[in-house]
Design a protein around this ligand. Structure first.
Ligand SMILES: [Zn+2]
Length: 382
């Protein structure tokens, strides 16, 4: 037999190989002697037990075997089916096996289609979240590879994992700023160590509280002056921002919490990049990318000019916000051009909103976290 014919025959008859394992013509040791790894041989034995072993669902089992045979699935394709059947959170596993064994195409195509189907079924499971939470895991870490490294794999609910990765990315970004030679993956690994072991070489991000106070009605903003702001008081006197905050702090018995911002607030066209002070205030203003349903935290966002810099936009706080990389890039910067993706703007109340391209009303990001933004905190106080 030609080697290609042999390979074709082998891979069109995965289910017959499993049958041979089940009836004893083939076993784990023989597979290993043919050149398969112990883990592959073990996986095939387990598959043969599923498809030919004892079960209460004999009729369904026969139908699955028939489907795999008539579709000419390879053992690898059957293994892909099985991998996804095991991820079914609730429901009839055997009905799913019958359905997935009828899939055709390459192993990768079957893998993808099976994953999509199981995800769809799992979405309909009422307590899917609790069930998938039950499957959380941290595995590995016991074997050292040839490079002297050990590996772990962690499975967590998507929200938890997203939160963890956000923190790791923040720290990794800091590490890469101080060491340009670090790759993204190295920096993420260092960040992971820093967060767990508190290693000084990768200090975890320090939380700096920002105390938000609303402008009292007896003070009115007069002008920005050097790196401070001058307010006019109803008694005819003036007060700097620093003095105003000291006065308000005393009133609220919070003396001592003072965030020493440095640098000017308004840099009209002097410098394109928003300075740190603006960045902090713009971040506190919204906490998240302001586009609806976007969950990118302000720390991961870019500074966004509500009026495009090229169109003469000023680097002043009231005309700036933060926006994630995607929404910053998609923003229609030229208000004169036909709308394509929509644009960010401030509404009459000063809140950052998204104006859709179809001209319908402004939409806000209603994520609950935004209720804690400086703007909303001040709104609730006054
Ligand atoms: Zn966004």
């Amino acid at each position: 037999m030609d080697i290609i014919d042999a390979l074709t025959a082998l891979n069109r008859q995965g289910i017959n190989l499993l049958a041979a394992l089940a009836d004893g013509r083939l076993n784990r040791a023989r597979l290993v002697s043919f050149g398969y790894s112990g883990s592959t041989a073990g996986e095939w034995v387990a598959l043969s037990e599923t498809y030919y072993g004892r079960t209460r669902h004999r009729r369904q089992q026969r139908r699955a075997v028939e489907a795999a045979r008539s579709g000419g699935l390879s053992v690898e394709a059957i293994a892909a089916v099985e991998k996804h059947v095991r991820k079914l959170l609730d429901g009839d596993e055997w009905a799913l096996r019958v359905e997935l064994c009828a899939l055709t195409g390459t192993v990768d195509e079957i893998d993808k289609a099976a994953a999509a189907r199981v995800r769809e079924l799992n979405r309909a499971v009422p307590d899917a979240e609790a069930k998938s939470f039950g499957r959380r895991s941290l595995k590995g870490g016991k074997n050292t590879d040839a490079c002297g490294l050990r590996h772990i794999s962690v499975g967590l609910p998507e929200r938890t994992m997203a939160d963890i990765l956000t923190r790791l990315r923040e720290t990794a970004a800091k590490l890469r700023r101080s060491d340009k030679k670090l790759t993204y993956e190295q920096a993420m690994a260092d960040a992971f160590v820093a967060h767990l072991l508190g290693d000084a070489s990768g200090t975890p991000s320090v939380i700096t509280p920002l105390v938000v106070i609303g402008l009292p009605d007896w003070a009115k903003l007069l002008r920005h002056q050097a790196d401070d702001t001058l307010f006019g008081l109803t008694d005819g006197t003036t007060m700097t921002g620093a003095e105003l905050i000291r006065a308000r702090m005393a009133e609220h018995h919070l003396v001592g919490i003072w965030d020493p911002f440095t640098g000017p607030v308004n840099l009209y066209r002097a410098e394109r990049l928003a300075n740190l002070k603006q960045r902090l205030l713009a971040s506190a203003d919204t906490l998240l990318c302001p586009v609806r349903d976007c969950t990118t935290s302000a720390d991961e966002c870019q500074m966004h000019h509500l009026d495009a810099w090229v169109a003469g936009g000023e680097t002043s706080l009231d005309r700036m916000t933060v926006a994630c990389r995607v929404h910053n890039a998609r923003n229609d910067d030229n208000p004169g051009a036909p709308p394509r993706h929509g644009r960010l703007d401030r509404d009459e109340s000063g809140r950052i909103v998204f104006r859709p391209p179809d001209g319908s009303g402004p939409v806000t990001n209603n994520h609950p976290v935004r209720r804690l933004s400086a703007r909303e905190v001040v709104r609730q106080q006054y």
